[in-house]
Design a protein around this ligand. Sequence first.
Ligand code: FDM
Length: 211
Amino acid sequence: ENKEGVKRGTLMVMEGCDRTGKTTQAKQLVEFLNSAGKHTVFMRFPERSTHIGGIIDKYLSNKQELDDRAIHLLFSANRWELLPEIQKVLKSGTNIIIDRYAYSGVAFSAAKPGMSLEWCKGSDAGLPRPDLVLFLDLTPEQALSRGGYGTERYESQKFQERVRENYHSLKDNSWKVIDADRTIEKLQEVLRTEVLNAVNSVKQEELPILW
Ligand code: FDM
């Protein structure tokens, strides 16, 4: 509890390769927690509505080219620019579920030639470490069978395979690896148990930091 006697909110993150159902599941979890009386908001990265987010959006939709390091740093900067907001929300006792976070940042950038995991981690070092990371896992074949990838940058099978390997090397003890090869309803049921558990067991006042 803080000075005002408010327990801080829980920081939860959804991660996974494309087509694993992250966004659908995250939004349903937010509704579920709110209906259970646990005030929760949805956030996402990249947050395309800011100035930096606008550049990221152009890059992802192939309207603009950028050096691999420059775009990596912009994805990080997009998290740092929203950190004050995240801190404010958590401090007020509200939980956050974020669709993608720094793990996406590293897993995607480090899947490019000549980009190392260590270099990529640098620019997110110091951000709050989530209480819970729900990693929705699908093999690239399972993901592909869900109707193919879209047309944004990174949406190809070869790239997604490298991303998935990178994700697995970023796991720490806040991660739950969840088999996403189930119906939307079944998967939601599994995830609800995890988020309730996380919200009910938050104790420390201060969140630890990455990495
Ligand atoms: N992505 C996302 C990154 O490369 N770095 C990041 O830091 C983040 C947050 O952007 F291909 C990639 C992952 C994905 C794309 O897709 C954003 P969605 O569909 O908006 O999540």
